[in-house]
Design a protein around this ligand. Structure first.
Ligand SMILES: Nc1ncnc2c1ncn2[C@@H]1O[C@H](COP(=O)(O)OP(=O)(O)O)[C@@H](O)[C@H]1O
Ligand SMILES: [Mg+2]
Length: 243
């Protein structure tokens, strides 16, 4: 474990990102503990998951647009100032050997940077330019070849590129890397990834507070389960509510 907790002491101003209910709740809530090697951050669209993951990445020394700690390109600076205000609580003397910040939204730019840096770097990503792989294949290449033991990995909605089968492959890779001393913090809507063994699920509630929930309580799991139990009936009810 490289990050045991996250803390935000106060908010410097009222604008974004400090206007977000989740950020306000974090500021007033003491340490947000990350007790297990895998932390899964759930919450509806717009609840602040990307803002939070990106801020943790910036505080941990990653490029805000994604990549490893040695990437420092910027296509379009859009990161919030939250990273500069977060405190990462780290166990003394434990530093990750490696790491990666994966943002589904901007992996295209990271792929361009990997190409630009040349063949010797490309080898550690599986040897094929991510631009010559499908979006999902390039994510799995990254997890298979570039991720390694003793690393810190921050992933923002990795399922955006992945089939259900691909999510299961990623889940297995995560389990292997955790057994080899890695830590993951993952924003996700995927019920498959939310099932990562031994993970802590933190869900951003509509009012802002970030709550620890069980797998069965997590909204993507409960909603998907209710839908799959009887899709036609579920949709009938939704449509009836709309009219
Ligand atoms: N650069 C920005 N400036 C202003 N507001 C932003 C910016 N980025 C995101 N937001 C707002 O912050 C909220 C949370 O965004 P985000 O963290 O991307 O949510 P999530 O990843 O949970 O879907 C959204 O309502 C979004 O409109
Ligand atoms: Mg997001």
């Amino acid at each position: 474990m490289f990050i045991k907790a996250i803390r935000l002491d106060g908010v410097p101003h009222d604008g974004y990102p400090f206007s977000l209910p989740a950020v306000r709740a974090l500021a007033g809530g003491g340490d947000l503990r990350l007790p297990t090697p895998v932390t899964l951050l759930a919450g509806d669209n717009g609840s602040g998951k990307s803002t939070l993951i990106e801020a943790i990445a910036v505080a941990a020394g990653f490029n805000p647009e994604g990549g490893s700690t040695s990437f420092n390109f910027a296509t379009r600076a859009s990161e919030s100032s939250l990273g500069g205000h977060l405190t990462l609580v780290r166990p003394p003397g434990r530093r990750p050997r490696t790491g990666f910040f994966l943002r589904a939204e901007s992996y295209y730019n990271v792929a361009t940077e990997i190409e630009r840096l040349g063949d010797s770097l490309l080898a550690s990503y599986g040897g094929v330019s991510p631009h010559q792989r499908s979006h999902g294949e390039s994510f799995l290449d990254l997890a298979t070849h570039r991720f390694g033991p003793g690393g810190l990995y921050l992933l923002d909605e990795p399922e955006a590129a992945l089939s259900v089968h691909g999510c299961l492959a990623l889940l297995l890779r995560i389990a292997d890397l955790v057994a080899a001393g890695s830590q993951f913090i993952i924003a996700t809507h995927s019920p498959v990834l939310l099932a990562s063994p031994g993970a802590t699920i933190l869900e951003i509630t509509p009012d802002g507070p970030i709550q620890r929930v069980d797998f069965d309580q997590a909204q993507p799991v409960a909603l998907t389960r209710a839908f799959l139990a009887d899709p036609a009936r579920f949709l009938d009810r939704l449509l009836a509510d709309e009219h």
